[in-house]
Design a protein around this ligand. Structure first.
Ligand code: SF4
Length: 103
């Protein structure tokens, strides 16, 4: 995935979320970029989007941890093929995620 993690994940206060994206299953409906164009970068020539700044995990899914306010939670519900998952995680899980990917 091109780009680097675009946002600072602070350590205090704000809720943290793990956003997971199964790019293989993306059909390029671009509903996600319609609600959050900064995070969901259109790649029309591939008929897909990129999850900006995400890392590829061991299961072949792209993922990123962000704080509330840094993304639109609507992306998950508008995707017609359910390839976007947004899950709230604890502060500790967010720190663990950063360590895992040396971020
Ligand atoms: S809404 Fe879903 S299928 Fe459409 S571009 Fe976004 S991730 Fe892909």
């Amino acid at each position: 995935m091109k780009g680097s993690v675009p946002f600072n994940i602070g350590s205090g206060g704000k809720k943290k979320f793990l956003i997971t994206f199964d790019r293989e299953g993306c059909i390029g409906a671009f509903s996600c970029s319609a609600v959050d164009e900064k995070l969901w970068e259109k790649v029309p020539e591939e008929g897909k989007v990129n999850l900006f700044g995400a890392v590829l995990n061991e299961s072949g899914l792209y993922e990123i941890v962000l704080e509330e306010g840094q993304f639109s939670p609507d992306a998950e519900t508008v995707c017609p093929v359910n390839v976007i998952k947004i899950k709230e995680i604890t502060e500790e899980e967010a720190d663990e995620w950063k360590r895992k990917y040396n971020l």
